[in-house]
Structure formats: structure tokens, C-alpha cells
Ligand binder design. Structure first.
Ligand code: CA
Ligand code: CA
Ligand code: CA
Ligand code: CA
Length: 605
């Protein structure tokens, strides 16, 4: 090795500018790494379009850095795709006019008399599933959240000396209860255990933040028509709904459907069959009819409003959902200021279940369908299921933001930290090779015979700052993108890695947390190897674009939404309420400073 090569190797941790190009070797291959300064700036999202989010939020979280975030949810409700205009067993026309069916020969084969079914609402429930998962990494039948060792199939989560795997495979043992049948004899000693509920499922509840024990919940009926098309765009474009549109505060949601404390239950909901009086030797009410994933379940008052829907059977107001939205309009969901909880629920699977009794007209046993007197009235019950679909949007407020975040947003910071916060919060801009000096450096690099092996941005969490945020979770994914074109970078597009969970998707591109032993997030790493290669090797085709950095609720969602100030931002950022504080390029701890790190091979052309 020549002296020149040795000097170059020793210089490799210095700033690039410090290296005299004369010192670089002209022949042979060298594996090197360098770091380069980056520049950051911040953008406040503020008021933003929210009717196009993939994930919505409801409630409040507060921390001393980003202040208080509040979210309210407004939604239309929709009739079922079929049968939304007909209740009970007969439609409105049959109820009023009866039903006559003639055979081909002309004789009457069905002559059902007119009959009012008198559909009467008995209860109304609002149900919204929690976002939940059943991730079981080791496949031992115990979900990760409850598994004492989620990477060991032979773990023994309930400590009864039988492994999770063998207990899960047996139909009469519960891997999460050392005494499955509760007779005082543990499973390993018990020779005749019977599992009392062999079909039971466990779930991990995701995306609930804060105090999740009891929540003061309110549901209001909307008295405002959410139009689908924008009259200012000649009804050719969808109407945009923004995060400052608060129909509750404007007085357009006057009718209370629920207002009270709800104790949250995170267990699956088991619905049993009704006992059939005809089978005397069997109690069907002990048989499971349906198992539902854990969900928020709220009994709605003011059931008269839903009675009115049933009374409109056959009316044009129920003819299609366009008409129904004009008539029933929708709901506003609100969590009281006094409940420090923020929920992201599976609103698109939300529903209102209207249970009702009715008088069903049925043909007597061995009756003749062509004889009116052979029909009789029976008590019956059914439900109408309305979905929380149609136009829906979040209303946000963000108050009490700390001075350091405000200063960063207005550019009066010293690049000590990067502040990221979803919803109406803050995103960051990262510029590589910025300014005249950066441009000169970039041009110099473009002239060099380098093969880029890897280029990284490692974003360290400023744990001293995030500790101030208390127990609020840190974001589980960040998104780095081409801010100039509001599109993914090439490294994102080229990464085909995929799976059911965020940390299995686009793993090479990155943005996935690294955790320490205490399970705190240490850093997020992005690889932008292809981005940098393009920039250095094909400068005529690739511009040195600004990069955007934000939190994300779904790394696969690359759609954008618009702020009131006409800035485009990733929709997935608006759908994540969380925030974090990262070390900036000028952080007080030099080891944590954000730099562009490049590993390359130098070769002779
Ligand atoms: Ca497991
Ligand atoms: Ca295990
Ligand atoms: Ca066990
Ligand atoms: Ca037992």
C-alpha cells in the first residue's frame, strides 16, 4: 500500500472538503465511507384536507413539546347495498296492497292480504371495531402481545410446564391459563381438562393512546348536508372538507344520540344463539352464534330518529344513498376534553345496528298461499345495519405548541432538532448538498469514479426530549420522500419487500425503528443508495430534489393531500397523530447529528 492510499483511508471520517483530491489514489479499488452535511427546515401543516385520509382519529393527546392535539370525527351513514328500502319481511307495497301472483293458466296462486308489519325499534347500537392485530411471529398459537417469548414456539406463557405450541394444538387446553377448566388442578397434572371456550380469540389493540379505561363519549346527529360535489368547481370535482370545519361548534349537530362515560372492553365480543323453544332437550343460548373482534359499542338514545327511518319504508328518501344522505345526513363523534385518550378506530367497518320487532305475516302450516285466510301474524325481530360510510372527515385542533417547535417552524432554530408530528403538525425538509458550497461539492463528487455501495440517513431520537412526552407512543414508521415532486424516492419504489406488518414492508428502504433494551426507540434509518447513485452518476436526468420527512400511518400509502396554504403533504402523515423529536445536523451530541453517510468503492475508469 502506498503512503497516499493510507492517508486517504485515515482521512475517511473527515469532512470531504478536508481531503485534498490529489491524495486520492488513481488506481486500484478502495472501499471508503464519508459523511456529508445536510440542511433541515420545517413546515407547519396547519389546516389540511381530511376527507381523504386512510386512518382517522378521535380524542385528545397532550405533551409539553407539541401541545394538545384534538380530533373530532364527522361521518355520513349509509343504507345497506341491498334491501335498504324494505324492512321486516314484506316491502312497503306488499304491506299496503298485499301480493297477488297469477299462474300461466290465469289462476291465482298467491293471494297474500295487505298487512301492516308495524316495525318498532327496540334498541340502536353504534359499533366501531378497534384497530387490532393477532400477530403471532413464532406460530405457537399465542399472539405476540401475550407471548412470554414471541420468538420461541416452545415458550410457556402461563407457566404450567406445557409449551404454548402444544397447548394451542390441543383442543382442550388454554396456553394462557395454567388451569384451563378452573378445577384447581393445573393443566400438566389434569387428566380430564375440558376447555370452556375453545373458540376464544385474543387480540392486541393498536392505535389507542392515553388513558383507555374510561372515555366520555358523545354522539350527535348531524343536521347539515355534506355534499359530495363542489359547486365552485361546477360540480365536477369532489367537495373538499378541511380540518378546521367543526360542525358541532357551528351548531349543526344539535341532537344528542349519546353522551356519557364508556368503559372500554378490549375482549372479543361473543354473541350466543337464542334458545329455540321447540328443542326442549337443548339450550341453544349456550351455543356461540358469532364472534366479533373487539369493538367500541355504544347504545344510542333518541331511538325515535331511527324509528323514523323504518317508518319511511318505501319512501324516496331511502331509494338510494344519495337521497338517504340528504335525509339522515350523518353523525359527529366527539370525546370530551376531560378524557385524555386518542383513538384510531376502524371507522370504515363501523356500523349502526337498529334492532326492531315487527308483526310478520306468514302462511299457516299446510296453508294455501292462494287463500287470504290461510295467513297468520307472528312476532318477529330483525335488524337494519347502517354503515359509517360516505363522506367523512376529521376536525383537528392543535394548541399549546412549545416555543422550540414554533421557532423551528419559523426557521429561528439552530438545527439542533428535527420535530415531526402528524395530523395538523409538522414535517421536515432535508436538503443534501445545499447552497453554493453544497452544489460545488456535488459537482465535484459527480466527476469522481465512485460506485455508491450504500447511502444512509440515520435519524437518532433525542431521547432526553422524547422523555418529556411521557407515555405517549413514538411513531412506528417514518416516511422519507421526494418533496420537490411529492413522490416516493427511487429506493422506496425499488424495494419489493412486503408482509402483513409495517416492519416487514420496504425494509431495505427503511424508516423502521431500532429499539434499545428498554424498548425505547433509538433511531430510524433510511437507505437512499439508488437516489444518491442517480444523483452522482446520471446528473443530467436526476435533480438534487429536496427530501421530505414525516411520520406515516401507512408506508404503502403514497397519496398526498392539500393544506389550506396549498402545500401538498402525504395523506399518511395526516393519519398518524404521533410526534417525535430527532437529533438535527447541529445537535449538542455530535454522535447523534444527522449526516448523509456514504459507503462507496473508488475505481479507475
Ligand atoms: Ca407466539
Ligand atoms: Ca412463544
Ligand atoms: Ca403453558
Ligand atoms: Ca384443571
Amino acid at each position: 500500500m502506498t503512503l497516499g492510499v493510507l492517508t486517504a483511508l485515515l482521512s475517511c471520517t473527515k469532512e470531504f472538503n478536508d481531503i485534498d483530491p490529489q491524495m486520492l489514489p488513481g488506481s486500484s479499488f478502495l472501499f471508503e465511507n464519508q459523511t456529508y452535511d445536510v440542511k433541515i427546515s420545517h413546515h407547519q401543516v396547519g389546516v389540511v384536507r381530511t376527507d381523504n385520509l386512510g386512518l382517522f382519529q378521535l380524542g385528545h393527546i397532550e405533551d409539553p413539546i407539541f401541545g394538545k392535539t384534538s380530533a373530532q370525527y364527522t361521518t355520513q351513514i349509509s343504507l345497506p347495498v341491498s334491501g335498504g328500502n324494505s324492512f321486516g319481511s314484506a316491502n312497503a307495497d306488499t304491506e299496503v296492497n298485499g301480493l297477488e301472483v297469477a299462474s300461466e293458466s290465469g289462476t291465482i296462486t298467491v293471494d297474500r292480504p295487505p298487512h301492516n308489519e308495524q316495525e318498532t325499534v327496540t334498541s340502536v347500537w353504534l359499533e366501531i371495531p378497534y384497530v387490532s392485530n393477532q400477530r403471532d411471529s413464532d406460530g405457537d398459537g399465542v399472539i405476540d402481545a401475550l407471548d412470554v417469548d414471541p420468538n420461541d414456539r416452545d415458550s410457556d406463557s402461563d407457566g404450567d410446564n406445557l409449551t404454548d405450541y402444544e397447548e394451542s394444538r390441543s383442543s382442550n387446553l388454554n396456553p394462557l391459563n395454567p388451569d384451563t377448566d378452573g378445577d384447581g388442578i393445573t393443566d400438566d397434572e389434569d387428566e380430564d381438562t375440558v376447555h370452556p371456550d375453545p373458540g376464544a380469540n385474543s387480540y392486541e389493540i393498536d392505535l389507542l393512546y392515553g388513558n383507555t379505561e374510561q372515555v366520555h363519549f358523545s354522539v350527535y346527529k348531524l343536521d347539515y348536508y355534506l355534499r359530495a360535489l363542489d359547486p365552485n368547481a361546477n360540480f365536477e370535482e369532489g367537495q373538499a372538507y378541511f380540518s378546521d370545519f367543526d360542525l358541532l361548534q357551528l351548531g349543526f349537530a344539535p341532537t344528542v344520540l349519546f353522551d356519557g362515560d364508556v368503559t372500554l372492553d378490549f375482549n372479543e365480543i361473543v354473541i350466543y344463539k337464542e334458545d329455540d323453544p321447540d328443542t326442549e332437550d337443548k339450550d341453544e343460548s349456550e351455543e356461540v352464534d358469532e364472534r366479533l373482534s373487539p369493538r367500541l359499542r355504544i347504545p344510542l338514545q333518541n331511538t325515535q330518529l331511527f324509528q323514523e327511518i323504518l317508518d319511511k319504508e318505501g319512501s324516496s328518501d331511502l331509494e338510494n344513498n344519495e337521497a338517504f344522505h340528504a335525509y339522515f345526513q350523518g353523525l359527529v363523534l366527539h370525546i370530551a376534553d376531560s378524557s385524555p385518550v386518542l383513538m384510531q378506530l376502524n371507522f370504515s367497518a363501523g356500523q349502526i345496528i337498529v334492532d326492531y320487532d315487527f308483526q310478520s305475516l306468514v302462511l299457516k302450516e299446510d296453508g294455501d298461499a292462494s287463500k287470504q285466510e290461510d295467513y297468520e301474524v307472528e312476532d318477529a325481530s330483525k335488524s337494519l345495519t347502517l354503515s359509517l360510510n360516505g363522506i367523512r372527515f376529521n376536525t383537528f385542533s392543535q394548541t399549546g405548541v412549545s416555543a422550540e417547535v414554533s421557532n423551528a417552524v419559523s426557521g429561528n432554530d439552530n438545527q439542533e432538532n428535527i420535530f415531526l408530528k402528524g395530523g395538523s403538525g409538522v414535517m421536515a425538509q432535508i436538503d443534501l448538498f445545499s447552497g453554493n458550497q453544497g452544489q460545488a461539492l456535488l459537482e465535484d463528487l459527480q466527476s469522481r469514479p465512485w460506485l455508491i455501495n450504500e447511502a444512509n440517513l440515520i435519524l437518532y431520537v433525542d431521547q432526553a426530549k422524547t422523555a418529556l412526552m411521557g407515555d405517549i407512543a413514538q411513531p412506528e414508521r417514518l416516511y422519507l420522500y421526494d418533496l420537490t415532486n411529492h413522490a416516493p424516492i427511487v429506493d422506496y419504489n425499488n424495494d419489493g419487500s412486503t408482509g402483513n406488518y409495517s416492519d416487514q414492508i420496504k425494509t431495505n428502504y427503511g424508516g423502521i425503528p431500532e429499539y434499545d433494551d428498554a424498548n425505547n426507540i433509538v433511531s430510524y434509518k433510511f437507505r437512499l443508495t439508488n437516489h444518491l447513485s442517480d444523483l452522482l452518476r446520471n446528473p443530467e436526468d436526476f435533480e438534487n430534489v429536496s427530501l421530505g420527512l414525516s411520520v406515516t400511518s401507512n408506508i404503502l400509502n403514497i397519496a398526498n393531500t392539500t393544506t389550506m396554504d396549498d402545500m401538498e403533504v402525504p395523506v399518511s402523515m395526516i393519519g398518524n397523530p404521533l410526534g417525535t423529536v430527532l437529533a438535527g445536523p447541529n445537535h449538542s451530541n455530535p454522535d447523534l447529528r444527522l449526516k448523509l453517510e456514504v459507503f462507496y468503492t473508488e475505481y479507475e475508469e
